[in-house]
Write a protein that binds this ligand. Structure first.
Ligand code: F6P
Length: 365
């Protein structure tokens, strides 16, 4: 057992995601029960690290949170301490305040930091590791777009929710002979749309990786009519775009490191389809943050628990500067240096896309 480590800290950064609480619980329980570490949690991600805003985590404070989405530590997707907004001489300026965060950790006697987050949060984790901080990363995002792990926690829950939404849209679409679209999240990756589309028996799946041709969607609707089906279900990833067009941006969040918020492609396609197809009403539903809220799926509770346990084991083995990951069936770890900037999108020869096509699902291409 490591003699060097006595106290560890956790933080959750970026958008919230089902499974964050399960990781917090697993790290805290393993740290206390197996290694006798003291555990604290910084509030609101890196902001808490800068402001020295933290809570003590013990077996009591993490009791009853395994199933709950969100994060008891709260989160922020705006606070990059290497480029942080501060007020100096009455002026708002951005500067690197990472040394202050390191000093705060030293003063508190924090020996290691577990950073639970996606690409942006883990980029800072890598940068802190480069400055000598003992960091372990845990990969979070419903988008499942980190190359360094086969699966990020949160993805399964989001997909289950999207699948259930498709099941619900089916019955109402069938009753009214409507074309129903479901817009799901995923940023520039189509994983949620692809998996939910296959599981939820969508007729058309539109993903960012395969730009669509509107005429091909119309063809699918007609093909179904000819087969006696008077309704069509389309799942569309928020990052999907037409062959000759671009993504639909919902909002620019200026003070966010990743300012573009996608959204609105479902409504756009609904309007475009209604201009062509006159014998069916077209409706679009945007699932939005419902995909991130509520209870965590059993799969994600287990994955998050395994990640949390492994992260704490890595601390005990003093294997810092790494991120836990899933490779096949096994929990492993990879250097944070290899994680950043390597996103995982659906490739042209993806086996699941091929299987869906074999089943007659259209990708609008
Ligand atoms: O990365 C997770 C995610 O939910 C994306 O799927 C989505 O594009 C984005 O975050 C939404 O961000 P926000 O919660 O800031 O609106």
């Amino acid at each position: 057992m490591s003699k060097k480590i006595k106290k560890i800290a956790l933080l959750t950064g970026g958008g919230d995601c089902p499974g964050l609480n399960a990781v917090i619980r697993a790290v805290t329980r393993t740290a206390i029960l197996q290694y006798g570490y003291e555990v604290i949690g910084y509030k609101f991600g890196y902001r808490g690290l800068y402001n020295n805003d933290y809570i003590k985590l013990d077996l009591n404070s993490i009791s009853g949170i395994l199933h709950r989405g969100g994060t008891i530590l709260h989160s922020s997707n705006k606070d990059n301490l290497f480029d942080y907004q501060v007020i100096e001489n009455g002026e708002t300026v951005k500067k690197d305040v990472s040394d202050k965060a390191i000093e705060n950790m030293k003063n508190l006697g924090v020996d290691a930091l577990v950073v639970i987050g996606g690409d942006g949060t883990l980029t800072s984790a890598r940068d802190f590791a480069r400055k000598g901080v003992n960091v372990i990363g845990v990969p979070k995002t419903i988008d499942n777009d980190l190359l360094a792990t086969d699966v990020t926690f949160g993805f399964n829950t989001a997909t289950e929710i999207a699948c259930e939404a498709l099941d619900r849209l089916h019955t109402t679409a069938e009753s009214h002979h409507r074309i129903m679209l479901l817009e799901v999240m995923g940023r520039n990756a189509g994983w949620i749309a692809l998996d939910a589309g296959i599981a939820g028996s969508a007729d058309v799946i539109l993903i960012p990786e395969i730009p669509y041709d509107l005429n091909k969607i119309v063809d699918k609707v007609k093909e179904r009519e000819e087969a006696g089906k008077q309704f069509t279900i389309i799942v569309v990833a928020e990052g999907a775009k037409p062959k000759d067009g671009d993504v639909v941006v919902a909002k620019i969040v200026d003070d966010s490191p990743d300012p573009i918020r996608l959204g609105g492609i479902g409504n756009k396609i609904a309007a475009d389809l209604e201009a062509i197809i006159k014998n069916h009403e077209v409706r679009s539903t945007t699932l939005g943050h419902i995909q991130r809220g509520g209870n965590t799926s059993a799969y994600d509770r287990i994955l998050s628990t395994r990640y949390g346990v492994k992260a704490t084991e890595l601390i005990n083995e003093e294997l810092f500067g790494n991120m836990v990951c899933l490779k096949g069936q096994n929990i492993s770890y990879v250097s944070l240096e290899e994680v950043i900037g390597n996103t995982k999108c659906i490739t042209a020869n993806d086996e699941k896309v091929a299987a869906a096509k074999m089943m007659g699902i259209s990708f609008g291409d």
